[in-house]
Design a protein around this ligand. Structure first.
Ligand code: TYD
Ligand code: MG
Length: 456
């Protein structure tokens, strides 16, 4: 029979220790160890792929290939981040701030999928009435969707085993507990063990599983990181719950590309996909304003025009402020140092604020040169023309490096009526190729970039 044992489990990484300590020996986080009573049961040692005694060594060439069976979810932007539809037997973790739309999106997805296959929505957070009310609001009251209000994982698996749904949503994994452990729901060991049981069930029965995960104040998934390792796909909601646009990014995907971005708009009737989002993040000033410039970023597989705003203002503190919204602050510090060292522009006594319009998060370095131009334009209080855009990566030696898919970025901006491009020399279109209506200025060094901007 099971033997109860006290362990100290880190809430950041899920590592367990036999003694309490102020700092986790595995991940180095402080004050994260909490006491958990764990019972060692004999059945929790099998792998996700099945029972141990089925294991057999095989040669790679003898392995039977089966095509992944994918079902489109009926929600285009979700299919995009999933890599082209929902894979049978796959496990997807969806994280995001409270109120960002996780439950809304999954209700819509299941309602759409339940036209073709049996689906089950397990809610541990809201009552069935609340889920019903939401479905009503979304205009989905007459779909064939099964609901279950339950938090014990053994019961969920038993009921799911009887009904054989093809898709299950667990909203949320932090409310689910297993009888095998005695700690409270939401504790690290509970989250990990319940998720492991659900993942095992999904793999053995071929059920597609969505797990909703909460996000902590620091922006990481609450509960052990080990959840991210157990699942096939990790999707994060980005954007601000107060804003109209919500984005979903694939952080990990065993069945598709990562960093793919799906874009939705929150409306009165739930989330609507934005299928042509390339220019929704531009604020379109009537007159040119200092500190604003457009860049073309590539999120996943499509280009996106984005407005960068900078405000450079005299600082009254010994430690000037460097504030970045939607961008890594280290990148800004680096670019300011490059501007000083390679172009003689000193901003050490200035506060610098950077904002990416629309709540987008920039993850690639192609916006470097645009960021330099925005900061310079605000610093000098000289606006750049409305139809200018820039992209290019900046290196520590003051060089402007090429970025992938330059042609595609140029074409996208030209399509939206931009007239002047400032780009890395290596991204120049090949001889003979032109992009209609675009005046292209190629630069190689940061000093050149800044001189060009001053003359514009
Ligand atoms: P919800 O999906 O419950 O968020 P989560 O599960 O991520 O916590 O709620 C999303 C928010 O969106 C909520 O504040 C209400 C709002 N909302 C709409 O604006 N329109 C709608 O049609 C629905 C269903 C919700
Ligand atoms: Mg919810």
């Amino acid at each position: 029979m099971a033997k109860a044992k006290i362990q100290y489990v880190c809430s950041a990484c899920g590592a367990s220790h036999t003694k309490w300590a102020g700092q986790c020996g595995d991940c180095g986080e402080w004050n994260t160890l909490s006491e958990t009573i764990t019972a060692i049961t004999t059945n929790n040692r099998q792998g996700f792929a099945g029972k141990k005694n089925n294991a057999k060594i095989q040669a790679l060439k003898d392995i039977q290939m089966r095509d992944e069976i994918r079902t489109p979810t009926g929600i285009g932007e979700l299919d995009r981040v999933l890599g082209g539809g929902l894979v049978h037997g796959s496990v997807t973790l969806i994280g995001g701030d409270p109120g960002i739309g996780k439950s809304t999106l999954l209700t819509q997805t299941l309602a759409s999928l339940s036209r073709a296959m049996p689906c089950l929505y397990v809610t541990g957070e809201e009552s069935l009435q609340q889920v019903g009310l939401r479905a009503h609001r979304l205009g989905l009251e007459d779909v064939e969707l099964k609901l279950l209000s339950e938090t014990c994982v053994e019961n969920i698996i038993a009921l799911a085993g009887e009904q054989n749904p093809k898709v299950i949503v667990i909203d949320s994994i932090q409310t689910i507990y297993t009888e095998a452990l005695q700690s409270a729901p939401g504790a690290v060991a509970q989250v990990r063990e319940s998720a492991a049981q659900l993942v095992r069930f999904a793999k053995q029965s071929g059920t597609a599983l969505f797990l909703v995960g909460h996000v902590t104040k620091e922006g990481t998934l609450a509960g052990p990181r080990v959840l991210e390792h157990m699942v096939d796909t990790v999707l994060y909601f980005e954007g601000d719950p107060g804003e109209r646009y919500r984005m979903i990014r694939a952080i990990k995907n065993r069945f598709g590309a990562v960093n793919e971005l799906g874009i939705f708009a929150m409306t009165d009737e739930g989330l609507k996909t934005v299928s042509n989002p390339s220019a929704i993040f531009l604020s379109r000033h009537a007159e040119p304003v200092p500190g604003s410039i457009i860049t073309v970023t590539r999120e996943g597989s499509r280009p996106l025009l984005i407005e960068l705003q900078a405000l450079v203002d005299e600082s009254h503190s010994n430690n000037p402020r460097r504030v970045c919204l939607g961008l890594d602050p280290n990148r800004l510090n680096m670019l300011l140092a490059v501007m000083h060292r390679h172009a003689g522009i000193a901003m050490f006594d200035q506060d610098v604020f950077i904002n990416i319009v629309g709540g987008v998060r920039l993850t690639e370095t192609a916006a470097d040169s645009a960021l330099i131009l925005a900061a310079l334009s605000s610093f000098r209080d000289k606006p750049l023309a409305n139809d200018i855009f820039a992209f290019g990566e900046v290196g520590l030696a003051g060089e402007i490096r090429p970025v992938p898919n330059g042609q595609e970025r140029l074409r996208e901006a030209a399509k939206h009526g931009f007239k002047t491009a400032i780009i890395p020399r290596a991204n120049l279109p090949r001889k003979g190729e032109t992009i209609a209506g675009l005046n292209i200025i190629a630069v190689q060094r940061v000093s050149e970039l800044i001189e060009t901007a001053i003359t514009l």
